[in-house]
Design a protein around this ligand. Structure first.
Ligand code: ADP
Ligand code: MG
Length: 625
């Protein structure tokens, strides 16, 4: 094989630059990354070997070896895992195949730089970490299976890489690092031992070390205990061990928010070690996002990314499930409608939801922070996991008219604060919190000290149906249909007053309606407003304004529905128009100003006025008077 030169893909060069120069302050983690790759490679070989016997024809004793030589400043990490073909070396080490990478680099450039260290791990830059400490990285690798040739990949991490022939004779991979003089201390025996202990103790294969020109002794005690954390007894595990394992699993830089570790026994036997992250990953809403859980069968790695283990609305949960009931040769296809898997899933979901409930109960502030990051995903569950609907409702948080700027309350809190006369849970759907707070419909509720939930998340539109009822109360949109507030006496007094007003205002109302018949079904007086002059009311069955805007934004035809324009007879603007009506009713100027009531109502609910330019002109000319 002739040695050929290749240039790194552009995003690799950028990434290398970031990794080497700025991101990791702990250079030592390069070792963890390389050991973790070695372990991945062995797991992969084991898994493929289940169905393709040529892969494990040599019946290997799986191992990871480290050879350190201070004199030549060389450090080698070898495994007898799956290895790579020349093509694999080129595509796995020469480019970053993950679709999120470019998006990540873009977000860094557009000023999101501060969160870079938190995020970069998720992109799998693992291997490139070697260039933080090495001037040259050489990979000698032989792919497992029949008829493979060994290849050598080599790079200085700057000008691309070469691929050529290698004299490696046994399957697996050896990474050789020429350690830079300033990082020489990383080749010390005690250093390596303590790094392996700290970062890689739970790796399931023996990691052995040879120093100063000696050979690896296969009978020597490994540096790691190899005890899969999830198989160990909970009581003996330190929080740091959980945190280290979590970081190994997710590449997250922060500790997990909560750890769930348990063994199911009886009819169903499995162990689960699950983590709730503190912050969402960048790909939470991307179509090719990763699913959280790894599946093991009796301590043998089967695969990651099994959607069958957890419903998509819990995709932020990371961790490991180890089953004693599944066959070792289980395949992805078999998992799809496997009874055991669906039982495990049910159990996991129950456990996770209870954990969230406990978090909410014990530390509402932490839960609120969590919900801000993951609430949108959790809400998907209301739609898809009917069975757990009641539990999920308890986990929901919303802003309301009473919450402080960024506060959220639960349905339970809202329900408990309802006066005995209130029968329904009031909500308003709006695009932003500011829009919701400024919406005229809220005024009457505020005046009567009734709280209103604000649904300002785009997904809220889709969960209203799924919410259905909470604790015997229906959900009621305050901008649809008539809602009568107050005591019987208040209601009848208000009706009387409205009747009187009606008599006075009737000609003006008819006049306005005549100008707006295309858009408006009816113009009437209302006492639902206090500060605003006008608002728009839809039929109870009608599509609400934010839904309309959303459909319009998606380019969909939205059926034209005419709403009711309600006017506030106590508002100075109405009073003034009434005074002028008799004398000015024939002037076009007056008519335009009267029509403003409609545009004002549109603006108040977050919609555009009919003709923004004309609207501002009319308004400005009035203000100048
Ligand atoms: P990740 O481990 O997240 O996939 P890395 O940057 O650590 O990302 O590694 C990139 C890829 O290089 C791996 O996905 C794997 O295909 C390949 N690779 C790295 N080290 C080894 C190894 N020791 N044996 C086989 N393949 C490896
Ligand atoms: Mg890796």
């Amino acid at each position: 094989m002739k040695t050929k030169k290749y240039a790194f893909k552009a995003e690799v060069s950028e990434m290398l630059d970031l990794v080497v120069h700025s991101l990791y302050s702990k250079k030592e983690i390069f070792l963890r990354e390389l050991i973790s790759n070695a372990s991945d490679a062995i797991e992969r070989a084991q898994y493929l070997g289940l169905t393709d016997k040529t892969i494990i024809a040599d019946s290997p004793a799986w191992e990871i070896n480290i050879v350190a030589d201070k004199a030549s400043r060389k450090l080698q990490i070898s495994d007898n895992g799956i290895g790579m073909t020349a093509e694999e070396a080129e595509s796995n080490l020469g480019m970053i195949a993950r679709s999120g990478t470019q998006a990540f680099l873009d977000s860094l450039k557009s000023g999101g730089g501060t969160s870079a260290p938190d995020m970069i791990g998720q992109f799998g830059v693992g291997f490139y970490a070697a260039f933080m400490v090495a001037s040259t990285v050489t990979v000698d690798t032989l792919r497992r299976g029949a008829d493979q040739t060994a290849v050598r990949w080599q790079s200085d991490g700057k000008d691309g890489y070469t691929i050529g022939a290698s004299d490696r004779a046994t399957p697996g991979t050896t990474i050789t690092l020429d350690i830079m003089p300033e990082h020489e201390h990383l080749i010390e025996e005690w250093q390596i031992k303590s790094l392996v202990k700290r970062y890689s103790d739970f790796i399931a294969y023996p990691i052995r070390l040879a120093v100063d020109g000696k050979e690896i002794d296969p009978d020597s005690e490994p540096l790691n205990t190899m005890r899969a954390l999830w198989r160990r007894d909970k009581s003996g595990i330190k929080p740091e061990e959980y945190a280290e394992f979590y970081k190994h699993l997710t590449h997250d830089f922060s500790d997990p928010l909560r750890t769930i570790h348990y063994a199911a026994e009886g009819q169903l036997e499995f162990r689960a070690l699950l983590f709730l992250p503190q912050k969402p990953t960048f790909d939470l809403f991307m179509p090719d996002r990763k699913h959280g859980l790894q599946l093991y069968v009796r301590n043998v790695f089967i695969g990651s990314d099994f959607e069958e283990l957890l419903p998509p609305y819990l995709r932020f949960v990371k961790g490991v499930v180890d089953s004693s009931d599944l066959p070792l040769n289980v395949s992805r296809e078999m998992l799809q409608d496997d009874v055991i898997i669906s039982k495990i899933r049910k159990n996991l979901v129950g456990r996770i939801l209870s954990e969230l409930e406990a978090l909410k109960r014990d530390d509402l502030k932490a839960y609120t922070d969590f919900f801000r990051g993951f609430g949108r995903v959790l809400k998907e569950g209301l739609h898809f996991d009917y069975e757990n609907g009641d539990k999920l409702k308890e986990l929901m948080l919303f802003a309301s008219d009473r919450t402080a700027d960024d506060g959220l309350i639960s349905l339970r809190q809202y329900r408990n604060a309802m006066p005995s006369t209130q029968q329904e849970i009031y909500y308003l759907k709006a695009e932003t919190l500011a829009n919701a707070r400024g919406n005229p419909h809220v005024e009457a509720f505020r005046k009567r000290e009734l709280d209103v939930l604000f649904f300002v998340d785009p997904i809220d539109e889709w969960i209203i149906d799924a919410l259905g009822e909470y604790d015997g109360c229906k959900f009621r949109a305050i901008d649809q249909g008539e809602i009568e507030l107050g005591t019987e006496e208040e209601k009848s007094q208000a009706k009387e007053k409205l009747k009187d007003d009606e008599q006075q205002f009737r000609p003006l109302l008819d006049f306005i309606h005549a100008r707006l018949t295309d858009d408006i079904k009816e113009v009437r007086l209302s006492n639902r407003l206090t500060d605003s002059a006008s608002c728009l009311v839809a039929d109870e069955a009608a599509m609400n304004p934010s839904m309309r805007r959303m459909m319009q934004a998606m380019g969909q035809e939205v059926p034209k529905t005419r709403r009711v324009l309600e006017l506030n007879p106590s508002h100075p603007l109405l009073k003034r128009l009434l005074e002028r009506f008799e004398t000015e009713r024939d002037s076009e100027e007056f008519a335009k100003q009267a029509e403003l009531l409609y545009d004002l109502a549109l603006v108040a609910e977050g919609s555009q006025p009919r003709d923004p330019h004309a609207f501002t002109l009319t308004l400005a000319s009035r203000l100048a008077e």
